[in-house]
Design a protein around this ligand. Structure first.
Ligand code: ADP
Length: 181
């Protein structure tokens, strides 16, 4: 797995399943407003977590685009799930700012809860239709900015579904950081 070190925070990217990140304190859900099961990332996380996750989330819903909330992880191999509602591309506007807010709010919430490691999927780039390249620029730039102010979070992992998506993340991170290969 390729790693980058920025302001004492390790940034990693890999292909894989967000529901199988056994070495991360927290995983981020590309949630829907009602924090229900759904498809894609939310489906994978809720399936593995079991019905307790949906039950806990009932009291936290609904959430607005750009917002993040935290819950337990139930049967997932993590301590927390941080649920973010990404913007529906071209519908929830300004989509770029709302997407950046997801990453920023998730990291602020993680840091507040003393999470040391957190894995993100590519929020909004599935059912919500955000094109991967601009979404990647927002994800990576927001995470890089946030490394300056994080106290607890020491490792941030991007979990991509395909090798093609991974290549887009890696080439941007190569450009913006000095890669430690
Ligand atoms: P959204 O509704 O925010 O667009 P989706 O869950 O539909 O969220 O998709 C977000 C991204 O996550 C897409 O790029 C999709 O390919 C990817 N993805 C889907 N399932 C998984 C999974 N189990 N682990 C990691 N990434 C996933």
């Amino acid at each position: 797995m390729k790693q980058y070190k920025v302001n004492d925070v390790i940034i990693e990217c890999t292909t894989g399943d967000i529901a199988a990140q056994t070495d991360m304190d927290a995983v981020v859900n590309a949630a829907n407003a009602q924090l229900r099961m759904g498809g894609g990332v939310a489906g994978a996380l809720h399936r593995t977590a079991g019905p307790g996750l949906e039950a806990e989330c009932r009291a936290l819903a609904p959430i607005a685009p750009g917002e993040a909330v935290i819950s337990g992880a139930h049967n997932l191999p993590n301590q927390y799930v941080i649920h973010c509602l990404g913007p529906v591309y071209g519908v929830d506007k300004p989509s770029d700012r709302l997407l950046a807010s997801c990453y920023r709010n998730a990291l602020l919430l993680a840091d507040k809860n003393r999470v040391t490691s957190i894995a993100f999927p590519a929020i909004s780039t599935g059912a919500f239709g955000y094109p991967l390249e601009p979404a990647t620029r927002i994800a990576v730039n927001t995470v890089l900015e946030m490394t300056e102010s994080l106290a607890a979070v020491k490792c941030i992992r991007f979990v991509l579904f395909s090798k093609k998506d991974l290549n887009i993340y890696e080439s941007l991170l190569d450009q913006l950081t000095s890669a430690d290969r």
